[in-house]
Design a protein around this ligand. Structure first.
Ligand code: 13P
Ligand code: SF4
Length: 368
C-alpha cells in the first residue's frame, strides 16, 4: 500500500474538530498529565524538524539514524507516539516488537522524497539495470523511503543509509559489488559518492518516469546509478542563495544538509546530517555567524538556543517541511487521549513479510 492509499484509508480518522479550539496551556497540561500517568509505557521520539510545541514533550530527539537506533533499543514502551514523518514511524515499527504500537499523530505527515520511488517502478528499473550491467549492482536506499523499497533493497543484499552514515555505507557497498544503485535521493547519493572520490562522469541518473538513464558516454564506466528523486525542501536552497550570503555576510560560515544539490554543497563550507549541523554550530566559537541550509524549525530553534552566535537561514524565504509540520500539539494530544480511551488511532503497521525483508536492510546498517 502506498502512502496516498494509506491517507485515503485513514481519512475517516482525522482529528475531531474540537481539538482545534483548545487553548495552548490547556493542551500542554493535558499532554503533561498523560505522560506522567503513563510513565514508561509511553515513548515520544521526535525528529529535529519538529515544531517546538511538540519537541518540548519529546522523550528523545534525534536525526534519522539516532531515531532508528533508539527504536531498536526500546523494547519496553507499549505505545510509541512518533513525532516525525511516515517513513520514520514505519522504521520504528519494523525495529520494535509485536507488542509495541507505533502511532503517527497525523497520517498526512509523509515525505515527498520517500514517495519518489515506488515499488513497481523499482522492480522495472532494476530489471533494466540488470540487463545493462548484469549482476554487478548493490542497491542502497536512503532511510527516507517506504518499507516496500527497504524490503526490495534488503532482499537484494543491500542496506539502508542515513545522511550521517552514507559515506561509510557506500564504502561498504563497494566492497560487495562493482556498482551501486542509490535510491531515492540523487543529491545525497551524488554528494556522498563525490566525497568518496567518484568523478561525476561515473555517475548516471535513472529516471523512473521515462525509464531511461541520463548519461552521456559509455555506460560501462558508471559506478553509481542515482535514482532521480529529491527533497522539495532542500531543493529551495540555491547557488544564488550562497552567493548572496557570501556578499552580504562575508564573515558567515555556510552549513547545509547533503540533500541540497551538488552545486550548493560545493559552494558551502560544511555539509552533514541534522545532528552534524547542530553539533558543529554548538561547538563553534561565540560570536560566529552561521547561514544554515536546512528545514526552518531546526534553523529557528538553533537561532533561539545559541544566542551567543548568529544563526540564520541560507534562504531568506524560510524553507519549511510542510509534512513534518503536520504534527502539532492538537494532534499529539489527540493521539495520547485516544490511547487513554483504549483506542489506537493512526497505527503504523508494516505488513510482516515486508517488515522482515526491510529489517535485513536496516540491520545491515545498524550493525556498522
Ligand atoms: P537527518 O537524518 O539528517 O535528520 O535527515 C532527515 C531528513 O528527512 C532530512 O530532510
Ligand atoms: Fe522528506 Fe525533505 Fe521533509 Fe526531510 S525535509 S522529511 S526529506 S520532505
Amino acid at each position: 500500500m502506498n502512502f496516498l492509499e494509506l491517507v485515503q484509508q485513514q481519512s475517516d480518522r482525522m482529528m475531531p474538530e474540537h481539538y482545534k479550539s483548545l487553548g495552548v496551556e490547556e493542551m500542554e497540561a493535558r499532554v503533561r498529565r498523560i505522560k506522567e500517568s503513563m510513565g514508561k509505557r509511553l515513548f515520544i521520539p521526535c525528529h529535529h524538524y519538529q515544531k517546538d510545541e511538540v519537541v518540548q514533550f519529546a522523550d528523545a530527539i534525534g536525526d534519522s539514524l539516532q531515531l532508528a537506533q533508539i527504536s531498536a533499543k526500546n523494547a519496553e514502551a507499549e505505545f510509541i507516539v512518533f513525532c516525525g514523518v511516515h517513513f520514520m514511524a514505519e522504521t520504528a515499527d519494523i525495529l520494535t516488537n509485536d507488542r509495541q504500537h507505533v502511532i503517527l499523530p497525523d497520517m498526512r505527515a509523509g515525505c515527498s522524497l520517500a514517495d519518489m520511488a515506488d515499488f513497481p517502478q523499482t522492480v522495472r528499473g532494476w530489471e533494466e539495470m540488470q540487463k545493462q550491467f548484469g549482476d554487478t549492482i548493490l542497491p542502497l536506499t536512503y532511510i527516507n523511503s517506504t518499507a516496500a523499497i527497504k524490503a526490495f533493497v534488503g532482499e537484494h543484499g543491500g542496506a539502508t543509509v542515513t545522511s550521517s552514515n552514507a559515506r561509510q555505507m557506500l564504502e561498504w557497498a563497494f566492497t560487495q559489488k562493482e556498482r551501486v544503485l542509490f535510491l531515492p535521493d540523487q543529491h545525497l547519493g551524488r554528494n556522498t559518492a563525490y566525497e568518496l572520490g567518484i568523478p561525476l562522469d561515473q555517475m548516471a541518473v535513472w529516471d523512473p518516469i521515462t525509464e531511461t538513464f541520463e548519461y552521456d558516454g559509455d555506460l560501462r564506466q558508471v559506478k553509481i546509478i542515482l535514482w532521480k528523486g529529491h527533497c522539495s525542501v532542500h531543493a529551495l536552497f540555491t547557488p544564488e542563495n550562497v552567493k548572496q550570503v557570501r556578499s552580504r555576510h562575508p564573515d558567515a560560515a555556510i552549513i547545509v544538509h547533503p540533500e541540497c544539490s551538488r552545486e550548493v554543497v560545493e559552494l558551502s563550507d560544511y555539509a552533514g546530517s541534522t545532528k552534524y549541523i547542530i553539533d558543529t554550530i554548538q561547538q563553534a566559537k561565540p560570536g560566529t555567524k552561521w547561514a544554515v541550509g536546512t528545514e526552518m524549525n531546526l534553523v529557528n530553534r538553533l537561532a533561539k538556543q545559541m544566542s551567543d552566535k548568529e544563526v540564520f537561514s541560507l534562504n531568506p524565504v524560510m524553507c519549511a517541511c510542510l509534512t513534518m509540520n503536520r504534527i502539532d500539539l492538537p494532534h499529539l494530544l489527540w493521539a495520547l487521549e485516544s490511547i487513554e480511551k483504549g483506542e489506537v488511532i493512526n497505527p503504523i503497521t508494516v505488513e510482516p513479510d515486508l517488515a522482515k525483508k526491510a529489517k535485513w536492510a536496516l540491520d545491515r546498517m545498524l550493525a556498522r
